[in-house]
Design a protein around this ligand. Structure first.
Ligand SMILES: C[S@@+](CC[C@H](N)C(=O)[O-])C[C@H]1O[C@@H](n2cnc3c(N)ncnc32)[C@H](O)[C@@H]1O
Length: 258
């Protein structure tokens, strides 16, 4: 096993993800696998009917952007992220490259915490739905997030948002971190914000969203995921065993109410 310096470093989000980008997809990170399972299941429910334009906000290396492109019901995908280096890696993903060639996918640098318009000039898109996976833990304000997301979506009721986030049970113990090979293999973190389902629901409600009924655990619009058992942990990989029976991820489907 590699040994790493004891003192962790903390970097701002863009700097951290610029350094992490190259290894993000190949690191042992069981949470990405839990998220893969949840997002694949939920998207097949939410995208069963035509959804023309979908944003992947904080799309990173395109892990879930590629899933969106796999749905024939989706005409166009817009992948947005504050870290150019993550988008550079996304462009090397075969499904992403093909989506761009076909004109079904556009990627752009954009900060949801900022005030800039979308990076698409005068052609501001009409957005029908939005996903944002494993991004909230980096955001200091859920109100800003949902306010900006509401502005991206077409006006009126019935547009939907899917967010996933590290569950507070896991978030309080850790947070996104990686081994920075450009800095002598130092374990490196970025600022983290521990948000739970109640925080997300409350901020979403203030921006005009409600939990989607009829999907999620007990039809609540919310999914909470654990590492289920030894067999599940063996599929999820290193680090997951100690989380058996504990909450590690939640997802939430929200709809605009007006
Ligand atoms: C853990 S990664 C998740 C990437 C991808 N959504 C996934 O699920 O694999 C978090 C991503 O959020 C992006 N991010 C963080 N803060 C952001 C912000 N304020 N605006 C847009 N993207 C942001 C980071 O650059 C990074 O790519």
């Amino acid at each position: 096993m590699a040994s790493h310096p004891e003192t962790p470093a903390t970097l701002p989000v863009v700097e951290a993800y610029t350094r992490w980008a190259k290894t993000y997809d190949t690191d042992e990170n069981f949470l990405l696998r839990v998220d893969n399972e949840l997002v694949a299941e939920v998207l097949s429910q939410l995208l069963s009917t035509s959804t023309k334009t979908v944003v992947d906000l904080g799309c990173g290396t395109g892990r879930n952007t590629a899933k969106l492109l796999g749905f024939a019901s989706v005409d166009q995908v817009l992948g947005l992220d504050v870290t150019e280096g993550m988008l550079d890696v996304a462009r090397t993903r075969p499904e992403v490259a093909e989506g761009m060639r076909e004109g079904r996918l556009v990627l752009g640098v954009w900060d949801v915490m900022g005030s800039d318009p979308l990076p698409f000039g005068n052609e501001q898109p009409v957005v029908d739905a939005l996903i944002s996976t494993l991004v909230l833990e980096h955001l200091p304000s859920l109100d800003t997030f949902f306010h900006r997301v509401r502005q991206l979506l077409r006006p009126g009721p019935g547009t939907w948002v899917l967010v996933t986030n590290m569950h507070p049970v896991l978030g309080r113990k850790g947070g996104a971190n990686f081994i920075d090979e450009t800095n002598g293999g130092t374990r490196t973190w970025t600022a983290k914000y521990v948000w739970g389902t109640e925080d997300v629901l409350a901020a979403a409600a203030r921006a005009g969203f409600a939990a989607m009924q009829g999907v999620g655990d007990k039809g609540s619009g919310v999914w909470v995921r654990t590492v289920r058992d030894e067999e599940h942990a063996s599929r999820l990989g290193a680090g997951s065993g100690k989380w058996i029976g504990k909450e590690v991820l939640f997802g939430m489907a929200l709809v605009t109410t007006e």
